[in-house]
Design a protein around this ligand. Structure first.
Ligand SMILES: [Zn+2]
Length: 146
């Protein structure tokens, strides 16, 4: 992932393809449909985050976390379930607030895990604290309207 899109590996031929955020795509080599970006993507930079939030056609769910945070480790597998069940409805990304403190500062993240939903380039909802997949999905559904 960078400021223009994510790199997906074709499941058929192994070709790596650049896919703009929030779109589905076909492999440039063999034409196979590429999987929706249902894996949790670790945001590598503030610039990539800004591009994602601005350009994504889908609502973006952001998990603000840090490696030392125990509850964050409990949330990760729950979020993975939500991502797998909702591929194509919204994008889920992770922001490591230790690696990218400027994003944590900018959004005033005071406790983690915090989940925020961005839609149309703006934050529309946020919630803090660990919880299971079903309440996470419900939070996103209400925030994103889907
Ligand atoms: Zn291919």
């Amino acid at each position: 992932m960078d400021d223009r899109g994510v790199i997906l590996t074709c499941p058929t031929c192994g070709q790596r393809n650049r896919v703009p955020y929030g779109r589905s795509a076909k492999c440039g080599h063999c034409g196979s449909a590429l999987p929706a970006t249902n894996e949790q993507i670790e945001v590598p930079s503030a610039a990539a985050f800004d591009a994602l939030v601005k350009d994504s056609k889908l609502p973006v769910v952001v998990d603000f976390w840090a490696p030392w945070c125990g509850p964050c480790r409990m949330v990760a597998p729950e979020l993975a379930k939500v991502a797998a069940a909702n591929a194509g409805r919204y994008a889920i990304v992770k922001v490591n607030t230790e690696a990218l403190p400027e994003l944590g500062d900018r959004y005033g993240i005071r406790s983690i895990p915090t989940m925020a939903v961005f839609s149309g380039g703006k934050e529309v909802a946020r919630t803090s604290g660990a919880r299971p997949a079903a309440p996470i999905a419900e939070f996103v559904r209400q925030a994103a309207g889907r």
